[in-house]
Design a protein around this ligand. Sequence first.
Ligand SMILES: NC(=O)c1ccc[n+]([C@@H]2O[C@H](COP(=O)([O-])OP(=O)(O)OC[C@H]3O[C@@H](n4cnc5c(N)ncnc54)[C@H](OP(=O)(O)O)[C@@H]3O)[C@@H](O)[C@H]2O)c1
Length: 254
Amino acid sequence: MTVSPDDGIAWVTGASSGIGRALAERLIGAGWTVAVTARRSAALADLAAAHGERVIVAPADVADAAAMAAAHDAIRQAGHGEVALLIANAGRYSPGEALAADAFRAVIEVNLIGAANTLAPVLPGMLARGRGQVVLVASLAGLMGLPGASAYGASKAALINWAESLRLDLSGRGIHVQVVNPGFVATPMTAVNRFPMPFLMPVEAAAARIVAGLASRRFEIAFPRRLAWPMKLVRLLPYRLTFPLIAASTRARR
Ligand SMILES: NC(=O)c1ccc[n+]([C@@H]2O[C@H](COP(=O)([O-])OP(=O)(O)OC[C@H]3O[C@@H](n4cnc5c(N)ncnc54)[C@H](OP(=O)(O)O)[C@@H]3O)[C@@H](O)[C@H]2O)c1
């Protein structure tokens, strides 16, 4: 069963821009009170200024486990209820940076460990109540190795695998686990890309697809379908066919 605003509040990380911000606004429109986390507190305060009491501002760095536990405490103390819907969306991407070990670690610490730091303070309460919804925002880039994806692709592949594991562990305990695998969405993150991005989607359309998917029992919310399905089919092929196909279809990236 999916959760509703009657169950408590939503917590969205990475809500200062892009998909997270659009998701937060859409959830507010659907009747949710939304706790929002990111490092840029001014951008979060803008959301609160626009939506008043429906927004709980909880700035934190997701890579910092203690800061995320403190943010969760602050959200509870705001008195709007427990976190019923958790969307671990904060992410980091800098093309080309991830070949150095420190840069690789920084991407993994935000995209993967950051999601774990987000779930950690919330999960005990969800388990105690036997109810909750946990959504990890990964990427179609996590389905297979792509040129230049490096630490970003590896972090998203790990998130998909972790979400699969969580789904098996938690579905019998009243917690609905989903993974979101977007293709290219027009946000500050992709604005740095200098290669053609097939089927680039407006951020509002992406947020609408995600919110529609939240109401379903589906495990994976993947879009756009015309990119997701070919990638899934290519993934099924033997590697001797996969690599030439991927290399040919991403030639413009290099
Ligand atoms: N855009 C796409 O095409 C696309 C495709 C597939 C998946 N995704 C995924 O969608 C998610 C949102 O990305 P986006 O496209 O909306 O990019 P974005 O506009 O750059 O948003 C990234 C968000 O993550 C937050 N963030 C980054 N590092 C953080 C940290 N250490 N602690 C807390 N928050 C942090 C940023 O806030 P602060 O800078 O204020 O901390 C920002 O709110 C990411 O997980 C991304 O990998 C995006």
